[in-house]
Design a binder for this molecule. Structure first.
Ligand code: NAI
Ligand code: MG
Length: 486
């Protein structure tokens, strides 16, 4: 049974309101393309109201600003507890709106509770230094919230990314306007209701669903917004960095996509490497920023690896995301589906060898067959551009030296992996590969305690880790003259 939809309006100043224009947009169930609900469509006028509310809530005498940091921790911990209370409902809603497997959604929501608790705990752990300045002076630093933050979310991990960005910003003492992705507004609105229930004062959190060029762009251009944190495409990340300098100078954190290389050396344990490499590209239907979309396999084991990878892909059970034996659900939207099919066509045209898959499944819903290409070359489009779908591209290499250069020959730099039993090779690769996260004999080993982000065009700044809160803080140095006069 479909989960009940409780919130479809904008959340501004702790109230549910229609868009000023009265407009709404449809949100869909990716399994069959049916309309789930009409959601209020925020635009510039609504962003202006939301930013004004967030600015009032950030005033130095506001309830929020006068809270002790521990009070912020308590409220945010309560929020994480409420997410835990409603975890099953949230997972159902996430699966319904995004199409991800319900089993995966349950796992991710539970992980997000832990992340929320960890990030909440940072609220009262951050403070300044005392500094020995030359001469007769006493100097100290204050760490203060940057101000109103615009948080722009993607559709591939709506709940974890909402929780990550919102809790980090609030732990720092900022106030926020959240713009969820147009494909997946529903869980963000429900999470807003939980923040209100947890006791967040009015205006501290505002959620304005809408489209990128309307609501998103208005937020990135707003002169009362001090910082933007964004997760999404490289193209929009670049637009955001430009917009951030038009009307004021916004701080920017960007988590963009990748073309992450996973290297399998001759000595790898294939019983682990094959399924791990498959999970690294097929999980979430390939809609993962760190997806291992360039799989480099060493020459001696290449044919055997390809054979096993194809066998593995053929066993994937694609279908209804709510069924417990399904192992791959639909893509989240039709545009993504079409983009993936175009890349598959390009792969074939440019000479990659299609080993399995390659087609859309059915006519309703946004399903793609798990696809494996062998004999992929570095200059092919499928080896250069982010596909964001269940398409495994397998390339051959001979030496570690060679594969490191090839792995680095991209503007992306989000993640990288290697399978080998040789510690030196693993650590040399980890040292020289240009990526923000490197995994050895595993993949996607993440948690709120570990910094996460990209080199090069994969991003700016880091999320997670004990220092992530710094991205939302300004440092103020206060120095006091201490004349020797008693
Ligand atoms: P996108 O980058 O266009 O959308 C992400 C968010 O940015 C959405 O909330 C959207 O409304 C907003 N946005 C779009 N244009 C904007 C603008 N001009 N100003 C401010 N906000 C704007 O990503 P899209 O179109 O949904 O997906 C395209 C591709 O991007 C995917 O196929 C994938 O390759 C990549 N992507 C990467 C993600 C990641 O995890 N790093 C997440 C989502 C997409
Ligand atoms: Mg887009």
């Amino acid at each position: 049974m479909a989960p009940q939809i409780k919130y479809t309006k904008l959340f501004i100043d702790n109230e549910w309101v229609d868009a000023k224009s009265g407009k709404t947009f449809d949100t869909y169930y990716p399994h069959d393309g049916s309309i789930i609900a009409k959601v209020a469509e925020g635009d510039k006028a609504d962003i202006d109201l939301a930013v004004a509310a967030a600015k009032r809530a950030f005033h130095r005498n506001s309830e929020w600003r006068l809270y002790d940091a521990s009070k912020r921790r308590e409220i945010l911990t309560k929020f994480a507890d409420l997410v835990a209370r409603d975890a099953s409902y949230l997972a159902e809603l996430e699966s319904y709106n995004n199409g991800m497997l319900l089993t995966m959604a349950n796992y991710i929501v539970n992980m997000s509770v832990g992340a929320g608790q960890y990030l909440a705990s940072l609220a009262d752990k951050y403070h300044g230094d005392t500094i020995p300045l030359d001469g007769e002076a006493f100097s100290y630093t204050l760490k203060q919230p940057v101000g109103v933050c615009g948080l722009i979310l993607p559709w591939n991990g709506p709940i974890p990314i909402f929780i990550n960005k919102v809790v980090t910003a609030l732990a720092a003492g900022c106030t926020v306007v959240v713009k969820p992705a147009e494909q997946t507004p529903l869980t963000a609105l429900y999470l807003a209701s939980l923040l209100k229930e947890a006791g967040i004062p009015a205006g501290v959190v505002n959620v304005v669903p809408g489209f990128g060029p309307g609501a998103g762009s208005s937020l990135t251009h707003h002169s009362d917004v001090a910082k933007i944190s964004f997760t999404g495409s490289r193209e929009v990340g670049m637009l955001i960095q430009q917009a951030a300098g038009v009307n004021n100078l916004k701080r920017v954190t960007l988590e963009l996509g990748g073309k992450s290389p996973l290297v399998i050396m001759n000595d790898a344990d294939l019983d682990i490497a094959v399924p791990t490499a498959a999970a690294a590209i097929f999980n979430l239907s390939g809609q993962v920023c760190v997806a291992a979309s360039r799989l480099y396999v060493q020459a001696d084991i290449y044919d055997e690896f390809v054979k096993r990878a194809v066998e593995h892909a053929k066993k994937i059970n694609v279908g209804d995301p709510t069924k417990s034996d399904t192992t791959q659900g639909p893509q989240t939207d039709e545009a993504t589906l079409n983009k993936i099919l175009e890349y598959i066509a390009l792969g074939k045209k440019e000479g990659a060898k299609l080993m399995t898959g390659g087609n859309r499944i059915g006519k309703t819903g946004y399903y793609v067959e798990p696809t494996v290409f062998a004999d992929v070359k570095d200059d092919m489009t499928i080896a250069r551009e982010e596909i964001f779908g269940p398409v495994q591209s397998i390339l051959k290499f001979n030496t570690l030296e060679e594969v490191i250069d090839r792995a680095n020959n991209t503007n992306y730099g989000l993640a990288a992996g290697i399978f080998t039993k040789n510690v030196n090779n693993a650590l040399q690769y980890a040292k020289h590969v240009e990526a923000g996260n490197v995994w050895i004999n595993g993949y996607l080993i993440i948690g709120p305690q570990a910094p996460f982000g990209g080199f090069k065009d994969s991003g700016l700044g880091r999320e997670n880790g004990k220092d992530c809160i710094e991205e939302y803080l300004e440092v103020k140095t206060v120095s006091i003259a201490l004349p020797k006069k008693f």
